[in-house]
Design a protein around this ligand. Structure first.
Ligand code: ADP
Ligand code: MG
Length: 610
């Protein structure tokens, strides 16, 4: 029998490849605009006729091509962006496969006019179904203009498969928006059937988002700015009350490339837990920067799916960054400094002796001594704070200074009307009153505030550690005498699969058959709390279903709970300091597990008792 295998002619191979790259007119727009960006263009015009079925034209002011390159660019695997396999792992450009133009030229009539800055004449190439019809010098501006006409003219099945002009044009707008949001520094226009749809000038990110989504979006944006060694996240999330009925305003970018990721999307949805109604979708525009070596963009032909080497850590970082930002934005509404009624501690209470707490563990131990948040320097929330102020969100933030002012107002009022309260002098008033080592009383204008000291500690430790964790590994302390524990096989498996995360959080351990030797624990953890903390962690990670991205939160929560249970407050001064710290947290009303930290007893409620 004679040989039957033959190589497909190039134009057929290109047509088949085209099916992968070019699904619809929007794919052409995406590939060509990305090429223009890679060519260093600062101004890119997109002109569309009949939803791209008749014409897609992209005009750029980029570097242009030489006469030879203008022919070469239509060859399959012709690319100027990757020359060695190593380049693939350090991609800074959008293209790298060298198949977009070859594919497009196989299924459309393409005309390119291009000129490089140093050359006086440009080149005109016309190509139809992969065959060059014209190749001649031409007069044209520096840069490149591609016209793609009669898309799928030779693939009727594809052409018939196209949807209505409305639907196809919407796809084009979607692609266009993703690109313009990724490149606010570049100017873009989009015309459809001679109507101007977008005319976007180079702008800062916030302005670009507002230009794309409409003016009213300006008030909805909460800035995010988190810089860690693994990933940098900047951008905005929409305030919860502006959540949408569809996912239309959810944008993730990595290294200026739009991508879709259900795992990270889950982190963001989680960050809005309890803040948006079910079936509503929060908006976000988040820009991740990671080392190109740690992502793989090569997993999908249209390149919207990206593999991240450190996806779990990035999940945790996204979740915390957004929760912190939302927490800060939410602070103002939960505080009530404005009520008229003035009130202070009842007389008897003031003179009641301070009762010693029952548990006493190293009363001088202060895990926060080195990182005073109240000085607001060096903490990771700092860049965020600056960003908020710069963006005009300052009013919604509460700082320890506000807290002090809060007292000041109270004190001034006492000076004015000391008799009414029957108190000797404002100077001797305790600002916070510790009750049985467990509760802290202070006053507000609306009444008496009661804080649960343990829960307050939990919140403070949690916020402090989470802020540390996202920017660097948490400080760990070597144990003088390593702790040995027996582990079940289930616990061992879970510990090992979360080893990197546990180490970043300060736990270092070594397994031998059925035991683990813990050599180091988070520095914040007191010795008495270590076993309790390990129990809490193992109970969660080994016996309860938790999302893999949630591990960091579960562990930090365990550290916070264990610390909260053991740390004791013994003086009014310590109580006052604790409350100061609490008020510099992103959220001060609830513990990370959602338990109430503060209760207000209003003046009216007290009055009813007499
Ligand atoms: P890729 O972008 O993966 O390299 P393409 O088929 O999209 O592959 O483009 C092939 C090559 O054509 C590019 O590598 C680039 O050198 C050149 N090219 C394409 N579009 C332009 C443009 N607008 N300006 C300058 N050069 C371009
Ligand atoms: Mg390309």
């Amino acid at each position: 029998m004679s040989d039957i295998i033959k190589l497909l002619p190039d134009h057929i191979a290109n047509q088949i490849a085209a099916g992968e790259v070019v699904q619809r007119p929007a794919s052409v727009v995406k590939e060509m605009v990305e090429n223009a960006i890679d060519a260093g263009a600062t101004k890119i015009q997109v002109i569309i006729k009949d939803a791209g079925k008749t014409l897609i034209q992209i005009i750029d002011n980029g570097c242009g091509m030489s006469g030879t390159d203008a022919v070469m660019c239509f060859e399959r695997h012709a690319t100027s962006k990757v020359s060695t396999a190593d380049d693939l792992f350090a991609l800074k450009t959008k293209g790298f496969r060298g198949e977009a133009l070859a594919s497009i030229a196989a299924i459309a009539h393409v005309c390119v006019k291009t000129r490089q800055a140093h050359s006086e004449t440009g080149t005109l190439i016309e190509i139809e179904g992969s065959k060059i019809k014209t190749n001649e010098p031409t007069v044209c501006p520096v840069g490149t203009s591609f016209e793609v006409k009669n898309l799928f003219y030779n693939v009727p099945a594809r052409r018939n498969f196209l949807k209505s002009d409305n639907v196809e044009f919407n796809h084009i707008v979607d692609e266009f928006e993703r690109i313009v949001l990724a490149h606010p520094d570049l100017s873009f226009t989009l015309h459809h059937n001679d109507n101007e749809v977008y005319n976007l000038y180079s702008a800062v990110l916030r302005k670009r988002i507002v230009d794309v989504l409409g003016k009213s979006s300006n008030d909805k944006l909460v800035p995010i700015d988190e810089s860690t060694e693994i990933v940098t996240v900047v951008g905005y999330v929409g305030k919860p009350e502006f959540a949408k009925k569809s996912r239309g305003e959810q944008f993730l970018f990595v290294n200026n490339r739009y991508f879709k990721d259900t795992f990270f999307n889950h982190a963001l949805t989680k960050a809005f837990d309890g803040l948006v109604q079910p079936k509503m979708f929060p908006s976000y525009f988040l820009y991740l920067t990671v080392d190109p070596k740690k992502i793989d963009v090569n997993v999908h032909p249209t390149k919207t799916e990206i593999k991240f080497e450190e996806d779990r850590l990035i999940y945790a970082i996204l979740l915390s960054a957004v929760r912190q930002a939302l927490g800060k934005y939410n602070v103002a509404p939960t505080l009530d400094f404005e009520r008229e009624t003035s009130f202070d501690l009842p007389h008897e209470m003031k003179y009641q002796p301070v009762v010693e707490p029952t548990i006493r563990v190293n009363p001088d131990y202060n895990p926060f001594q080195t990182t005073s948040r109240s000085s607001s320097s060096g903490s990771s929330g700092n860049s965020f704070t600056k960003a908020i102020r710069a963006e005009g969100f300052g009013a919604s933030e509460t700082t320890p200074a506000d807290w002090q002012n809060f007292y000041k107002i109270e004190e001034e009022e006492h000076v004015i009307e000391p008799v009414q309260l029957d108190l000797p002098s404002s100077d001797s008033l305790p600002k916070a009153f510790l009750f049985r080592g467990k509760y802290i009383f202070t006053t507000s204008k609306s009444g008496l505030l009661v804080f649960d000291a343990q829960r307050a500690t939990e919140r403070i430790v949690y916020d402090e550690l989470m802020a540390q964790f996202i920017s660097k590994p948490i400080a760990s302390q070597q144990l003088l005498f390593p702790i040995e524990r027996e582990f079940s096989s289930n616990e061992k498996t879970e510990w090992e699969s979360n080893k990197t995360m546990l180490e970043r959080l300060g736990f270092v351990g070594q397994f031998s058959d059925k035991t683990i030797e813990i050599n180091a624990v988070p520095a914040i953890l007191q010795e008495e709390s270590i076993h309790e903390c390990l129990d809490l962690i193992l109970e969660k990670i080994a016996f309860q279903e938790i999302d893999k991205g949630e591990v960091a939160h579960v562990i930090v929560q365990a550290i916070a709970t264990a610390t909260g249970r053991r740390k004791s407050i013994t003086t009014n001064e310590a109580a006052e300091h604790l409350i100061e710290q609490l008020f510099s947290c992103s959220e001060h009303s609830f513990t990370p597990k959602g338990k109430k930290i503060i209760e207000t007893i209003t003046l009216d409620e007290i009055a009813t008792k007499f």
